[in-house]
Ligand binder design. Structure first.
Ligand SMILES: *[C@@H]1O[C@H](CO)[C@@H](O)[C@H](O)[C@H]1NC(C)=O
Ligand SMILES: *[C@@H]1O[C@H](CO)[C@@H](O)[C@H](O)[C@H]1NC(C)=O
Ligand SMILES: *[C@@H]1O[C@H](CO)[C@@H](O)[C@H](O)[C@H]1NC(C)=O
Ligand SMILES: *[C@@H]1O[C@H](CO)[C@@H](O)[C@H](O)[C@H]1NC(C)=O
Ligand SMILES: *[C@@H]1O[C@H](CO)[C@@H](O)[C@H](O)[C@H]1NC(C)=O
Ligand SMILES: *[C@@H]1O[C@H](CO)[C@@H](O)[C@H](O)[C@H]1NC(C)=O
Length: 481
């Protein structure tokens, strides 16, 4: 999964730090916005930022001033992760201030998008009129290599849930942020707003981030379409007539290119919606979603032992972890400081989100659940029941069957993104192949997070590989009603 910004003719950029002019790209984009008539509000938000850069210089510079200042929590994380992009001397500003600056901007953007003929909130209203049990929106919030594909399947397998696998991937690929302090907060706000539109079944919002740009709402480039049952069943699976290359095609049958309109209709027909995302780093950014009565949001934060996560990332994302591999292979004693800082930053942002969730501020009450991958792996059915109960969605025999079949599989069937494995055997396999010095680095960088989640430190190489030494503190359900 590349983090590289892929600039295409329709790639919006956020030059928060400098040039306050309206680039040609953007004019084309706004033009196409008019041409195509029906657009989601959010898109307007991304694009029209530029219009405002010209028209509303004042607001923009105020917002970008605020963006340059980084919330306390981020500063604490002290990360060098480019995704967190910390300003060097982050002055501390509460997120609510930042947010209020943005909602003001958004209100103006909404007005502007109305002028541009964007049909707003129509689908959301239809949504509210839908009969049946209360519709739930579940966000599975994770980071890479935490078992989120596996846990996501728990929701994907329930026939009445419209499930999307990592749709924010498209945003990461197309939206480039200028380097500097604005990037972390800026991308979080874009992710959040896209997320909201997706939950409201406005799948068109995604089209603008898909490269190449879909035509007639048809695309064969929807990321991991095959991981979403709802996108591969009738009627979203249209007859396969013309052979076209579709990288993320459906697994069990051939379908025509994805018709986004059909997908959006299916989304509205299903009783619930669930979505997995590894790109939402801070829970607090989700407050407006949690407070939106149309969503009745449930957030499940999935965490995993950071030692296991790192071991898995080094294998899965070999290119990005060259430095680590070199360090391990060549026996140098010092790892580059920035790598350690990045690791620490990642762990801290996970911890800060979990602490916020467990603190249960009013806006999150009953809407947040923390789940450890290790507990899911050891007791998948029990954890699935807990998650469904928390979400307020009935667990179906379909899901139970899938879990039975896929947690007791033979060993040889596990590919890199495979969800099929003997899970109670797999969950601590990492311990027996991990060099102790690697474990030590993680333990030093991620201590506070490990303490919070109940991952015990290994004192020496022998206890790391000794099966009778447990590295997991038992915890009850991290879930408060
Ligand atoms: C943050 O990073 C700086 C520079 O890398 C380092 O000197 C400092 O000790 C770090 N602070 C914390 C709290 O980790
Ligand atoms: C960073 O902040 C400190 C304390 O607010 C201040 O004394 C210092 O001059 C600042 N450094 C820079 C480079 O702005
Ligand atoms: C947007 O339009 C509404 C109604 O026309 C108006 O009340 C509101 O003040 C406008 N918002 C902004 C930020 O201009
Ligand atoms: C996509 O589906 C919609 C809704 O059924 C239909 O009206 C439209 O013609 C389809 N688009 C294409 C290109 O087939
Ligand atoms: C899965 O692993 C557990 C723990 O090692 C073992 O008891 C069980 O027999 C395994 N199941 C299968 C189907 O291999
Ligand atoms: C593994 O740990 C157990 C419990 O601490 C200990 O009794 C045993 O001697 C250890 N085994 C080895 C091989 O170190």
């Amino acid at each position: 999964m590349s983090t590289a910004g892929l600039r295409s003719p329709h790639s919006p950029t956020f030059p928060m730090e400098k040039g306050l002019s309206l680039p040609q790209d953007c004019r084309d984009f706004v033009h196409s916005l008019r041409m195509r008539g029906k657009y989601a509000l959010f898109l307007a938000f991304v694009v029209v930022v530029f219009v405002f850069i010209e028209k509303e210089n004042k607001i923009i510079s105020r917002v970008s001033d605020k963006l340059r200042q980084i919330p306390q929590t981020l500063a604490d994380a002290n990360s060098t992760d480019p995704a967190l992009g910390l300003a060097e001397n982050a002055s501390l500003l509460s997120l609510s201030e930042l947010d209020s600056a943005f909602s003001q901007l958004q209100s103006r953007l909404r007005n502007l998008s109305l002028q541009l003929g964007v049909e707003e909130e129509e689908e959301a209203e239809a949504e509210q009129r839908r009969p049946g049990p209360p519709r739930r929106h579940v966000l599975l919030m994770a980071t890479t290599r935490t078992g989120s594909s596996f846990v996501g399947e728990f929701f994907n397998q329930q026939g009445n849930i419209f499930y999307l696998f990592e749709p924010l991937w498209h945003i990461e690929r197309t939206v480039s942020f200028e380097p500097g302090g604005a990037s972390a907060a800026g991308s979080a706000l874009v992710y959040r707003d896209v997320l909201k539109q997706l939950f409201l079944c406005d799948l068109y919002v995604l089209e603008h981030f898909i490269t190449p740009l879909p035509e007639d709402h048809l695309t064969q480039f929807m990321f991991r379409r095959g991981s979403s049952r709802s996108l591969c069943e009738d009627p979203v699976c249209t007859p396969f007539v013309k052979k076209v290359f579709e990288k993320y095609h459906c697994k069990n049958r051939r379908c025509g290119p994805l018709n986004v309109t059909l997908a959006a209709e299916a989304c509205r027909r299903k009783e619930h919606m669930a979505l997995k995302a590894v790109r939402i780093r801070q829970l607090e950014f989700l407050q407006p979603l949690a407070e939106d009565p149309r969503l009745d949001l449930r957030v499940i934060q999935l965490v995993r032992d950071p030692r296991a996560v790192l071991a898995s990332r080094i294998v899965a994302f070999a290119g990005k972890y060259e430095t680590w591999k070199k360090w391990l292979a060549e026996g140098e004693d010092r790892l580059r400081e920035e790598e350690v800082q990045r690791l620490r930053g990642n762990c801290e942002s996970i911890r800060l989100s979990a602490e916020l969730g467990l603190r249960q501020p009013a806006w999150l009450r009953g809407r947040y659940m923390l789940v450890r991958y290790e507990d899911v792996a050891r007791r998948p059915l029990q954890k699935a029941r807990e998650m469904y109960r928390f979400a307020g969605i009935p667990l179906t025999p379909q899901v139970e069957d899938w879990i039975q079949k896929n947690t007791q599989a033979a060993r040889d069937s596990s590919g890199i993104y495979s969800t099929q494995k003997n899970s109670s055997e797999q969950f601590e396999k990492w311990r027996f192949s991990m060099p102790f010095k690697l474990a030590q680095v993680v333990q030093a960088a991620c201590g506070p997070a490990m303490r919070l989640f109940g991952y015990k430190l290994a004192r020496d190489a022998a206890s790391l590989t000794n099966r009778s030494v447990s590295l997991l503190e038992e915890r009850g359900t991290f879930w408060v009603t």
